[in-house]
Design a protein around this ligand. Structure first.
Ligand SMILES: [Zn+2]
Length: 59
């Protein structure tokens, strides 16, 4: 599992790279926002390319 710490605004704008395969991972792939969608601290998603589970920790 990959975990990245990124500013939320930056990640929503440009996404990031899957640490496993380098594919771009973006908001479109998110399946859950924690703890609540209105004020998320963590985005959970699976890479569309390799299937690796990723967590984006908003800082
Ligand atoms: Zn990947």
């Amino acid at each position: 599992m990959g975990r990245q710490n990124l500013p939320r605004d930056q990640w929503l704008e440009i996404g990031s790279e899957c640490p496993h395969c380098g594919e771009r991972i973006t908001e479109d792939l998110v399946y859950s926002l924690r703890p609540i969608p209105e004020d998320p601290k963590l985005a959970l998603l699976y890479c569309a390319n390799c299937g690796e589970r990723n967590e984006i920790n908003f800082v």
